[in-house]
Design a protein. Structure first.
Length: 427
């Protein structure tokens, strides 16, 4: 039998797709690309925005329309947060949530036996343990996303994630050590630790995010350790100091901002002020050489005025992020913010998004230009075109280089010679 995965959303979803693929692979399934013929098409959904839900529905229906004799499986955050809506998506032959995605093989066997639709969505509950989702490889890459945390206790007013992921829970260090060992033995050179609220790793336990980084760095075959998205108010002075002493740690920090306006941050139920965020950025740049700061910024949140937007824009420009992911606010059913309505017109949100993107892209271009002539160390990950390889510096600057030999998995010093919109050129 053949199975194909189509993954929407975050790095945690990508890790969980790899986990499910390995479960099916061990049972004799051949894992193929989603554009190939398969017996099962698995859509691992995201539900962070209404647009994400729309993409989920479109892809479930697309796979069923193109492959009427194949079974379509819907899993991930959308059925977990909105089980009734997921059950109404009749093109999905098997529906399960993210809590029990480890049951995928049993549910496929049940479907094959009964030939009837299978629905299995288990609710998250307080006190749930961390569900094992260890992987041994990662899409034939040299960099692997490793999930060490799940759930979120923050309850930002716009966010549905606590409903779709439950409360904070963390992967035990012994389990992480085994997973890193297996990944290293299968050629992984860089580990990216990820979670729904990664900064909360170890909450209620006797370990924290620094312990996870140290454990990964102890493996001699691992060259680099990187962190996924972080929340600013969880990054303490002690954590910064300890991370700065780990040689293999990559000083790239993706720290969620959402807005540079205190009024908007308060309305969003974010737990910091713009000035506190700025102070953290200064501390990180002082503690690490060649630090890069990236972030997410939302525009058009409910009741965001033009002056609020301009305040946020000026703050973002003043920080000088190396990259900014900009997105317009999308009202999410079931959140506190949705009860207040959506007062900013769609066209105005799009206008603000364009302005924010244009201004932050200028900063990114200027950063790239400042690198021309510098020698940097790059871990090469894949061959983009014949003889053209792409990799990343420790601060996650994308680099492309021509080479007559295969340099995938190698860490090399290169000199930056030029730039494009998305990457730097080197020799």
């Amino acid at each position: 039998m053949k199975a194909a995965f189509y993954t929407l959303g975050c790095k945690v979803n990508q890790t969980e797709s790899e986990y499910m693929a390995e479960l099916l692979g061990k049972a004799g399934f051949e894992i193929v690309a989603p554009n190939e013929e398969a017996d099962f098409y698995i859509v691992n959904s995201c539900t962070v925005t209404a647009t994400a839900d729309q993409k989920t529905r479109q892809n479930v229906r697309r796979f069923k329309r193109k492959h009427p004799n194949s079974a379509v499986i819907l899993t991930g955050c959308m059925p977990q947060a909105f089980p009734e809506q997921a059950k109404e998506l009749l093109e999905a032959d098997i529906v399960l949530g993210n809590k029990n995605n480890g049951d995928i093989l049993n549910l496929i066997n049940e479907y094959n036996t009964s030939k009837n639709r299978v629905l299995s969505i288990k609710d998250h509950a307080s006190g749930d343990p961390f569900s094992d989702c260890s992987i041994n490889k990662f899409n034939e890459r040299v960099r692997a996303f490793v999930k060490i945390e799940d759930g979120c206790d923050r309850f930002c007013s716009y966010c549905i994630i606590p409903m779709s992921r439950g409360r904070v829970r963390s992967k035990p260090l012994d389990d992480l050590k085994k997973e890193i060992k297996n990944l290293a033995e299968n050629g992984i050179k860089e580990i990216v630790l990820v979670g729904i609220n990664l900064s909360a790793y170890g909450k209620g336990e006797d370990f924290n995010i620094v312990d996870a980084v140290k454990l990964c760095a102890e493996n001699e075959s691992i060259l680099r350790v990187r962190l996924g998205s972080l929340e600013p108010d969880h990054i303490t002075d002690e954590i910064i100091e300890q991370l700065s002493k780990i040689e293999k740690f990559c000083p790239q920090f993706h720290i969620s901002l959402q807005s540079g306006c205190d009024k908007t941050l308060n309305s969003m139920n974010r737990h910091y002020t713009a000035e506190e965020y700025r102070e953290l950025c200064d501390k990180l740049r002082n503690a690490f050489d060649d630090t890069s700061l990236t972030t997410d910024v939302m525009v058009g949140f409910n009741e965001e005025s033009e002056s609020d937007f301009k305040e946020s824009l000026e703050f973002v420009k003043s920080i000088g992020f190396e990259k900014v992911h900009v997105f317009p606010y999308s009202q999410r059913e079931g959140t506190n913010a949705s009860k207040k309505g959506d007062s900013v017109p769609k066209q105005e949100k799009e206008r603000r998004a364009i302005i924010m993107i244009n201004e932050t892209e200028k900063i990114r271009k200027a950063y790239f230009e400042s690198l021309i002539g510098k020698t940097v160390c790059v871990l090469f990950e894949n061959e983009i075109n014949k003889g053209v390889y792409q990799g990343y510096t420790k601060n996650y600057t994308p680099i492309r280089i021509k080479s007559v030999e295969n340099i995938v998995g190698k860490e090399l010093n290169v000199t930056i010679t030029g730039i494009s919109e998305e990457y730097c050129l080197a020799k």
